[in-house]
Write a protein that binds this ligand. Structure first.
Ligand code: SF4
Ligand code: SF4
Length: 370
């Protein structure tokens, strides 16, 4: 007969309320940025006749491709590109956060992740039996976000060289990418609305549908998270195999069957740690020192890393971009004529043009890719 284990109850307070507060605060910040950006567009729409409202730099955080290119440009040249400097710091903050605490950005700060979670909770309340995608379909669906990330990496890093990345960052298209994105949603097409509505319905029926299957940003952070030294670890000696951790995991990870959670789907939400009824059995731990990171310390660390890196951007004067309101007024009028190269041939042409026009002196060192 199996010997009954002596249980020391887990007395540590739960962290989910704090996570909810952090998520709420961050989404309110995003709403505030949205309102400020709306006021900025009103100024442009009035052709500069109403009071000027500063463009909120935080909107750069919604331009992940431009931010990624800006980050690459910074790593390659040591120069902070001035079109969307806040985007560079936000991107760097999210990368560093993922390096230290895994995909924590998704479950603690990302507004899309938060909305997705709320929709999932709503769906669970209304439809008790949610659709569970079978494994044979789940794996190929999960690979979709990696395919999109791969395509993005190919388009940027394989097809474009440094000269054309700079040319793209300098381009009027990149300078008004935030405005283009705003008007995409403000004047949303029927097709885009149908896609958004479908994603909403799918997220009700299948928890975290967007994050789990389609978000390329999450895919990138999932890959980076493998380098994080902090992992969820289970102590098999004190574990009573109750399965509550696996039941609580929104990413459907079988936490109760592994010693260390090594998954690109783990977003460090700590729901499993909260759910564990036995003391010192399931914790976030450093794989090197084997030391436990308390839930509060993890929460403080996650928020602090993000604030510290973005704070450096603000304090060093690399937050606001250098585009004047006069330039924005001109861009606003011409915005519909701005585009970017699509397709391999167009990118190659763009590379050649960029080398010729943007780096006339050092075009040898920034050779066009063939
Ligand atoms: S394993 Fe734990 S921390 Fe990771 S996603 Fe699942 S519940 Fe959250
Ligand atoms: S919640 Fe998970 S780790 Fe904790 S005792 Fe139950 S099965 Fe073990």
């Amino acid at each position: 007969m199996k010997e009954k284990k002596k249980i020391i109850r887990n007395g540590e307070s739960k962290i989910q309320k704090i996570r909810f507060i952090v998520q709420s605060a961050f989404i309110l910040l995003c709403v505030w940025i949205g309102i400020e950006f709306y006021l900025f567009t009103r100024y442009l729409e009035s052709n500069g006749t109403t009071a000027f409202y500063h463009r909120p730099p935080g909107v750069d955080g919604f331009l992940p491709i431009s931010s990624m290119m800006s980050f690459y440009y910074f790593i390659s040249t040591g120069t902070i590109h001035q079109a969307h400097p806040a985007g560079l710091f936000i991107f760097a903050a999210i990368l560093l956060l993922s390096l230290v605490f895994g995909k924590a950005f998704c479950s603690w700060l990302c507004p899309v992740g938060f909305i997705s979670e709320l929709i999932g909770d709503f769906g669970e309340k209304v439809f008790k039996n949610k659709i569970k995608i079978p494994k044979w379909l789940d794996y190929p669906l999960r690979s979709l976000k990696y395919l999109m990330l791969g395509f993005l990496f190919y388009a940027v890093f394989a097809l474009m060289d440094l000269a054309s990345i700079k040319a793209f960052l300098d381009s009027p298209y990149n300078q008004v990418a935030d405005l283009k994105m705003y008007y995409f949603f403000a004047n949303i097409s029927r097709a885009a609305l149908i896609i958004l509505a479908s994603l909403f319905v799918l997220s009700i029926l299948i928890r975290n549908f967007w994050c789990r299957y389609l978000c390329p940003y999450g895919a990138l952070l999932g890959l980076v998270s493998f380098l994080s030294p902090h992992k969820i670890k289970r102590n098999p000696v004190s574990c009573i195999d109750c399965g509550l951790c696996a039941k609580a995991c929104p990413s459907r990870i079988k936490v109760d069957k592994v010693i260390t959670v090594l998954s690109d789907e783990c977003n460090t939400c700590l729901s499993c740690v909260d759910a564990c009824p036995v003391a010192d059995t399931l914790d976030l731990k450093s794989i090197y020192t084997k030391k436990k990171i308390s839930k509060k310390a993890a929460a403080i660390g996650i928020v602090s890393i993000f604030m510290a890196v973005t704070g450096i951007g603000m304090l060093t004067g690399h937050w606001q971009n250098n585009i004047s309101k006069e330039e924005y007024l001109v861009h606003y009028r011409l915005m519909d004529t701005y585009g970017h190269p699509t397709g391999t041939a167009a990118v190659k042409e763009f590379n050649a043009e960029s080398n010729k026009n943007h780096f006339p002196d050092d075009s040898k060192s920034l050779k066009t890719k063939n």
